[in-house]
Design a protein around this ligand. Structure first.
Ligand code: NAI
Ligand code: 0TF
Length: 259
């Protein structure tokens, strides 16, 4: 998994506010409303214990503090534990946490201790970014291009298929392409094909993945991928609406999924 850096998370509140404004502009719903519609839930100041985890590459500067900012923004009542790891988990539960948020290098989870529900950040992120693209108010058809069919992209593609969209997908990993074709029925797409899309969901860890020939004038690129798959030059040239945010929207999706 590509890991976040402290720099990715600088000014997370500003990044989240800007992204929320972008979501409202392109869908007419804000992130809370999208989450409520997706999961049928709403927070009521549930207590969230955020536990720093030292295993693997260790604690990421700004990660737990950013989760505190994000959970406050979405109206949860959160705290970061003083201790990390197992001691932090114990501290969180002893302090009354109803939901535990914690991440190692492979898994970022939300576990609701009151109802047993558990959420994984990768599918929850894929689902909400895909859902947002599916609500694009300037969409010219039901065709959506999905770049990257990994742990974030595949659940996003599945969500779009379930919502009745025509999903065109690509991933250089042949086994993932096969899985998406046979399990989801997506149409394999060669990025050199001169077909334009007004909705693009990008879920890769690479820059500049989106070529010029697929961009319709005034399209939406919804991407959790870091770094951004769309160059600044193409964004300006095609007047692209861009949704990209490093942590908050996916975390909100995961939290609402366990309420
Ligand atoms: P993954 O490694 O499971 O999947 C990425 C896929 O992209 C791979 O299958 C790879 O073959 C494919 N890919 C690479 N270059 C490509 C290209 N040019 N065209 C099409 N496909 C290409 O990674 P995962 O977990 O799905 O994460 C994807 C991205 O999302 C990462 O950058 C990760 O850091 C980010 N992420 C962001 C979150 C957020 O809240 N913003 C939350 C979770 C992940
Ligand atoms: O960096 C990542 C994921 C995050 C997905 C959300 N954008 N790409 N995961 C590593 C998190 C490690 C956190 C660390 N153990 C800590 O500070 O607790």
């Amino acid at each position: 998994m590509a890991l976040l850096t402290p720099e990715d998370l600088e000014n997370i509140k500003k990044q989240l506010e800007r992204a929320d404004t972008a979501v409202s502009k392109v869908t007419r719903l804000n992130v809370k409303e999208v989450c409520k519609d997706l999961y049928g839930t709403s927070p009521h100041y549930e207590s969230v214990g955020i536990v720093p985890v030292t295993s693997g590459n260790g604690i990421i500067g700004n990660f737990s503090d950013s989760l505190k900012v994000i959970t406050d923004y979405f109206k949860f009542d959160s705290f970061v534990t003083e201790m990390p790891d197992v001691s932090g988990y114990y501290e969180a539960v002893e302090s009354g946490a109803e939901i535990i948020l914690m991440a190692d290098d492979n898994t970022f989870l939300a576990h609701n201790l009151t109802n047993g529900k558990i959420g994984n950040n990768q599918p929850c992120t894929g689902i909400i970014y895909a859902d947002i693209v599916s609500r694009y108010r300037n969409a010219d058809s039901k065709d959506v291009l999905v770049l990257g069919l990994g742990k974030v992209g595949f659940p996003g593609a599945e969500h779009l298929v379930n919502k009745g969209f025509n999903v065109y997908g690509c991933d250089p990993e042949k086994s993932l392409m096969k899985k998406a074709i046979f399990k989801l029925g997506i149409t394999p797409f060669d990025l050199k094909t001169p077909k334009k899309f007004s909705m693009i969901f990008e879920a890769t860890p690479c820059a500049d993945t989106i070529p010029e020939n697929v961009l319709a004038e005034k399209c939406l690129v919804s991407t959790p991928g870091i770094p951004c798959g769309l160059s600044r030059e193409l964004q300006e040239k095609y007047n692209v609406d861009l949704l990209m945010e490093p942590l908050g929207i996916g975390t909100a999706s995961m939290l609402y999924s366990v309420l």
